[in-house]
Design a protein around this ligand. Structure first.
Ligand SMILES: NC(=O)C1=CN([C@@H]2O[C@H](COP(=O)(O)OP(=O)(O)OC[C@H]3O[C@@H](n4cnc5c(N)ncnc54)[C@H](OP(=O)(O)O)[C@@H]3O)[C@@H](O)[C@H]2O)C=CC1
Ligand SMILES: C[C@H]1O[C@H](OP(=O)(O)OP(=O)(O)OC[C@H]2O[C@@H](n3cnc4c(=O)[nH]c(N)nc43)[C@H](O)[C@@H]2O)[C@@H](O)[C@@H](O)C1=O
Length: 325
C-alpha cells in the first residue's frame, strides 16, 4: 500500500507559480522532497508575466503539468494596501482570472489557489469560520486586494461547474517566517517590527515607533506550516469549499511587539503612531475544518519568530539568500 502511494505521488508533475516569493520558498523544497526535483517546476515573474494572457498560455504550452499551485500574487501589508488599492485590485484580478481561465480549458488534474484571510467581511465575528465569507464587504484598507483574491472562490466553483476543473482554495491566516518581504513600504507587521528593532539597535535609537494602537488581534501562522499542508490538499481534497489554514491562536499586536523586542534584546521603548491604520480589530480564524481533515499549524509564535529573526539577522548585511529589504 505504501509503495503504491509513493508511486502515485511521484507520478505527478507540479508547477508552482510565485515560487520565488515568501510562501513559494517554503513550499518548493517540500514538494521537491515529496515528489522528486524532476517533477517540480518552480516559476517566477521572470519566466512568465501571468498578467499577460499570451504569457499565461505560453506557460501552459511550455510546462506540462498535472497540478498547478498558483501562488503568484501582488501581496503586502496594510500600509501598501492602503496606498495602492487599485494596483492590488487590478493585478490580483488578472492573476486570478487569467490562470483559472486557461487551467479550466487545459483540464489539468488540480489547481491549488491561496486566498487571504482578509477576504472575510470586516464585520466577521472571530473565530471566523468559512461560512462567514459572503456576509459582507472586506476591511476597507485592503478591500482591493481582498476582493480580487476572493474571486478565487467564485472562479473555483464556476470552473468546476463548467469545465470540471478540480481547484482548491486555501485561506492562510497572517503568515510570517523566513523569506518574508522586509521592505519598509510593502511589509506585513512581523517583518516590519523585526527590521525596526534591528535598525534601532544598530543606530542606537532609544525608541521605535509601531503603527496603530497596538490593540488589534491577529492569528499568526508560520509559513512553513502552511506550506506543509499543501501536499495533503494535492492528494486528498477535491472540493471548492475553502479551508482556513492558520494556528487559531490570538496575539494582540502590542504583545507581538513586546515578544519580538524581548527576543531581539532591544533595550528601548515602544511608541505607537495612532495616525497609522489598525485595520480589522480582531481577525482570528476558526480552524475546525482544518483539524477535521487531520491537519494543523503547530509551530509556536516564539519558535517561528526565532527562526525568522535568525534568518533576517544572518542575511541583513549582504541582503543574502534573497532577503527583500
Ligand atoms: N503573505 C501573506 O501573509 C499571505 C499571502 N497569501 C497568498 O499567498 C500567496 C503567496 O504570497 P506571498 O508568498 O506572500 O507573496 P510574495 O509577494 O512573497 O511573492 C509573490 C510571488 O508572485 C510572483 N509574481 C508577482 N507578480 C507576478 C506576475 N505578474 N507574473 C508571475 N508571477 C508574479 C513573484 O515573482 P517575482 O519574484 O519574480 O517577483 C513572487 O514569486 C499569494 O497568493 C497571496 O495572495 C494569503 C494569505 C496571507
Ligand atoms: C495578511 C493581510 O495583511 C494585511 O492586513 P493586516 O492583517 O492588517 O496585516 P499587517 O501585517 O499589515 O498589520 C497587522 C497589524 O499590525 C499593525 N502594525 C504595527 N506596526 C506595523 C508595521 O510597521 N507594519 C505593518 N504592516 N503593520 C503594523 C497594523 O496596524 C495592524 O493592526 C492586509 O494588507 C491584507 O491584505 C492581508 O493580506
Amino acid at each position: 500500500m505504501q509503495i503504491v502511494e509513493e508511486i502515485k505521488m511521484k507520478k505527478k508533475h507540479i508547477v508552482v507559480t510565485g515560487s520565488t516569493g515568501f510562501l513559494g520558498r517554503h513550499l518548493v523544497p517540500i514538494l521537491e522532497k515529496q515528489y522528486g526535483r524532476e517533477n517540480v517546476t518552480a516559476l517566477s515573474s521572470k519566466d512568465y508575466d501571468l498578467m499577460d494572457p499570451i504569457q499565461v498560455k505560453q506557460m501552459f504550452n511550455d510546462c506540462p503539468m498535472d497540478v498547478l499551485v498558483h501562488l503568484a500574487a501582488y501581496s503586502g501589508g496594510i500600509g501598501a494596501n492602503r496606498k495602492y488599492p487599485a494596483d492590488f485590485y487590478y493585478r490580483n484580478t488578472l492573476l486570478t482570472a487569467l490562470v483559472f481561465e486557461e487551467a479550466g480549458k487545459r483540464k489539468i488534474t488540480k489547481l491549488i489557489y491561496p486566498m487571504g484571510g482578509c477576504s472575510y467581511p470586516a464585520k466577521a465575528i472571530s473565530p471566523i469560520d468559512e461560512e462567514q465569507m459572503w456576509l459582507g464587504y472586506p476591511q476597507e484598507e485592503s478591500a482591493g486586494y481582498s476582493a480580487a483574491k476572493k474571486m478565487g472562490i467564485v472562479a473555483s466553483r464556476s470552473y468546476r461547474t463548467q469545465y470540471g476543473l478540480n481547484s482548491v482554495v486555501l485561506i492562510p491566516g497572517n503568515m510570517y517566517g523566513e523569506y518574508d518581504n522586509f521592505r519598509n513600504d510593502e511589509s506585513h507587521v512581523v517583518p516590519a517590527m523585526i527590521r525596526r528593532y534591528f535598525e534601532a539597535m544598530r543606530g542606537g535609537a532609544p525608541e521605535v515607533i509601531m503603527w496603530g494602537t497596538g490593540n488589534p488581534q491577529r492569528d499568526f501562522v508560520y509559513a512553513g506550516d502552511v506550506a506543509a499542508t499543501i501536499p495533503w490538499f494535492i492528494e486528498n481534497y477535491d472540493s471548492s469549499e475553502p479551508v482556513n489554514i492558520s494556528s487559531g491562536t490570538t496575539t494582540p499586536i502590542r504583545v507581538l511587539a513586546e515578544t519580538i523586542k524581548k527576543q531581539m534584546n532591544y533595550p528601548g521603548d515602544i511608541l505607537w503612531d495612532t495616525s497609522k491604520p489598525d485595520g480589522q480589530m480582531i481577525k482570528i480564524f476558526d480552524v475546525k475544518r482544518l483539524t477535521s481533515l487531520g491537519l494543523n499549524c503547530p509551530t509556536t509564535l516564539e519558535e517561528g519568530l526565532k527562526r525568522t529573526i535568525n534568518w533576517f539577522v544572518a542575511n541583513y548585511d549582504n541582503a543574502s539568500d534573497g532577503l527583500r529589504i
